[in-house]
Design a protein around this ligand. Structure first.
Ligand code: COA
Length: 687
């Protein structure tokens, strides 16, 4: 860290310079307090500007101090802010890059705020299971009104200074020359003959605060109700109508209680493992190849989604198809996307046009000669993909990276039809590919380190969370999801109805239950895969026939208005109908099971244990490189509740004896074919 202070034209400049993002660790907190006190005492100084780096004014509290005594070492952030507020000379925050969480609270402690239009300001604490703890819950309602303050704090998503221009949060928003604008304002304030204004001295309209809080509460979804930080945020904003110090006291109590919560611990863990997951093991350390031009082969839903993600990242995209009709449909899908984005105000028309201008659509394979990365996104069938890869091999440049977008197929079998298997890797995108954050980067037997590095770099460029996986059936995510889904089917045979399972798991925090998910993705896809695997399946394996029976009846899920549930006007019936119950009861009878209801807790534990067991197996096979990667995959791609951390984190919070006993029982009940992770495998996974 190289903090420094300087004085120019009677304005003291306090620089925040603690790389990489000016998080407010103890050293930076001390530097600010010492510098403000020195400037306040210096008769040469008329006003003070607090300024960060181009990347960050400040990214807030130092997350790595959380849970350690350093976080409470004085001066704490509240003391730093009190020092700013009690300074007799005006202090102006000059904001560039990000001002997040405690960084924004630091700025709120200044007498005025000037920001570059591109700066991003927000309170991401809710994503860490917390509420702001140094005044934002009290000051934002005073500056921008309770409704807007709540909207900002409940999403945790930053807004640009441009978007906040008229909000009352910022005094000036400038396109450039931040220092000049901030120091000019600081001198103006020093020369003015009115007292310095502080956010804490403003008042809050109590009725407006109450209305905003009850409206937000009425709109809470199940996931928000499940996390204590959301209710705490409402309580804190409600308290902003109290005298300022009483509101601050309430915010403190709520913050400290949340800090101890298991939800906040799990979200902190996710913060850490998500950042670690992007780093490759030393054996794979290599420079990424350069890429600017990407070809996407296949203009279906997946291919066009990938093309959109690449265009939005500013890459040149060539969309390649076999038939003119399919190409036209894909191109239309892409332009509809940009039209919708412009209409929703997410991007301006000129920008959308320039991004879309980087798209070319073609039927001509020779277009591959000019691209750096080829992403094949055709039908999920080995023979089809192999035939496409023969063409790619014939046309792509010698140094191009060749990727297959597949959920299950063997990367080596695809690479083997080319003359350059070292250039081939898997990129498993999730649908919709331009929205979903997760990207599994699959390393084939021969994939070269720089090819893997390019896959990871491309993922980051597309604003995704890329996770390195080994080439094994289902990679990380689908392998675990399959084990989970199978367990849920066993529970149907054992006595639960689909709605019991779905409700227990959404109550646990999953975004959707497994049977609602199955109906949404279409039962026929799973049916086809099961038929393809039938010949090699061990007849002694516990195999649940319910899905096959439903498909035979034409119940393919939402698209046929019936699957596990019946759909009217796109809405699912709350319970399964008698037909489905009949199929399930028959399956139980055929296995000789006397049905008895399963409690929500049993359902939740069985589903989680199935995930943990599979996670231990695949981790021991080296399919995941870090145990934390498994949790990143489940949270980012499969709707696992982030505030539980992921199956591995959950298992670490369970008594080990109980975990072993329950796994024994679970695997015994799963029948032949179920493999129990050994205690050594669990040790390896849970560390
Ligand atoms: N405390 C400690 N370290 C932090 C941090 C924080 N608040 N915010 C970011 N970092 C670290 C990251 O861990 C990473 O460290 P590494 O390089 O050792 O892995 C580094 O800063 C860069 O962060 P990264 O997220 O990889 O960079 P980015 O440019 O994509 O994003 C931010 C920068 C600031 C937008 C992003 O890191 C962020 O949102 N941080 C969280 C801010 C937050 O939640 N603050 C409130 C805390 S209560």
């Amino acid at each position: 860290m190289t903090p420094s202070s300087s004085i120019a034209s009677r304005v003291a400049c306090i620089e925040l310079n603690a790389p990489p993002v000016n998080s407010l660790g103890i050293a930076l907190r001390r530097h600010i307090v010492d510098s403000v006190r020195a400037a306040d005492a210096d008769p040469q100084v008329a006003a003070i500007v607090l300024i960060g780096t181009e990347k960050a004014f400040s990214a807030g509290a130092d997350v790595s101090e959380f849970g350690t005594p350093l976080q409470f070492e004085t001066p704490m952030l509240r003391d730093v802010i009190a020092a700013l507020e009690s300074c007799s000379k005006p202090v102006v925050a000059a904001i560039s890059g990000v001002a997040l969480g405690g960084g924004l609270e630091l700025a709120l402690g200044c007498h005025a705020r000037v920001a570059l239009a591109s700066a991003r300001l927000g309170t991401p604490e809710i994503q860490l299971g917390l509420i702001p703890g140094s005044g934002a819950t009290q000051k934002l309602p005073r500056l921008v009104g309770a409704e807007r303050a709540l909207a900002m704090m409940l999403t945790g998503q930053p807004l640009t200074a441009d978007e906040l221009t008229a909000s009352g949060l910022l005094d000036r928003v400038v396109p450039q020359d931040l220092w000049a604008a901030a120091s000019a304002l600081a001198l103006e304030l020093a020369q003015a003959d009115f007292p310095l204004s502080r956010a804490r001295d403003r008042s809050v309209n109590a009725d407006a605060a109450r209305a905003a809080v009850s409206e937000a509460l009425a709109r809470f979804n199940a996931r928000q109700r499940a996390q204590p930080a959301y209710q705490a945020l409402l309580d804190a904003v409600q308290a902003s109508a109290l005298p300022f110090d009483a509101g601050m006291q309430r915010e403190r109590e709520l913050f400290l209680a949340l800090m101890q919560s298991p939800e906040a611990a799990a979200l902190r863990y996710q913060f850490r493992v998500q950042r670690e997951s992007g780093k490759l093991p030393p054996s794979l350390s290599a420079e990424s190849r350069d890429f600017d031009r990407v070809a996407v082969i296949g203009a279906g839903t997946m291919g066009s989604g990938i093309a959109i993600a690449a265009l939005e990242a500013g890459l040149q995209v060539c969309l390649l198809e076999q038939s003119g009709e399919a190409l036209a449909r894909g191109s239309a899908r892409i332009s509809e996307h940009f039209v919708a984005r412009v209409k929703a105000g997410k991007v301006d028309a000129a920008k959308a046009e320039s991004l879309q201008g980087r798209l070319t659509a073609t039927l001509d394979w020779s277009a591959l000669q000019s691209v750096d990365v080829v992403i094949e996104a055709v039908f999920e069938d080995l023979a089809v993909k192999q035939s496409v890869f023969r063409q790619i091999d014939a046309h792509a440049r010698a140094d191009a990276v060749l990727a297959t977008n597949t959920s299950y197929l063997d990367i080596d079998a695809i690479a083997s039809v080319t003359s350059r298997p070292q250039d081939v890797l898997g990129l498993h995108f999730f649908s919709p590919a331009n929205v979903m954050k997760l990207l599994e980067v699959v390393q084939g037997r021969d994939s070269a380190p720089d090819v893997i590095a390019t896959g990871m770099a491309l993922g980051r460029e597309l604003k995704k969370t890329p996770i390195l996986c080994g080439n094994a059936f289902g990679f990380i995510g689908n392998r675990i999801y399959n084990a989970y889904r199978k367990q849920c089917e066993f529970m149907l045979e054992d006595g639960a109805w689909p709605e019991d399972v779905d409700r227990a798991l959404t109550d646990f925090g999953f975004a959707m239950g497994p049977f609602a998910v199955a109906d949404l993705s279409g039962l026929d896809i799973a049916w086809r895969m099961r038929q393809a695997g039938a010949a090699t399946r061990d007849p002694r394996e516990r195999y649940v026939h319910i899905l096959d029976r439903l498909c035979e009846m034409g119940r393919m899920g939402r698209k046929t208005q019936a699957g596990y549930y019946t759909y009217t006007d796109g809405k699912a019936s709350p319970a399964t109908d008698e037909v489905v119950r009949g199929v399930i009861a028959q399956a139980s009878a055929a296995r000789g099971i006397e049905r008895s209801p399963l409690s929500a807790e049993t359902i939740q534990r069985r589903a989680l244990l199935a995930m943990v067991n599979e996670a231990a197996l695949l981790f021991s096979e080296g399919v995941a490189h870090r145990a934390g990667d498994i949790d990143v995959v489940l949270v980012n791609g499969y709707g696992f509740p982030s505030w539980v951390g992921g199956p591995v984190h959950w298992a670490r919070t369970q008594p080990r004896d109980l975990l072993e006993q329950e796994l024994d029982r679970l695997v015994a009940a799963n029948g032949f074919g179920a493999v129990r992770a050994t205690p050594a495998m669990l040790d390896h996974l849970l560390g």
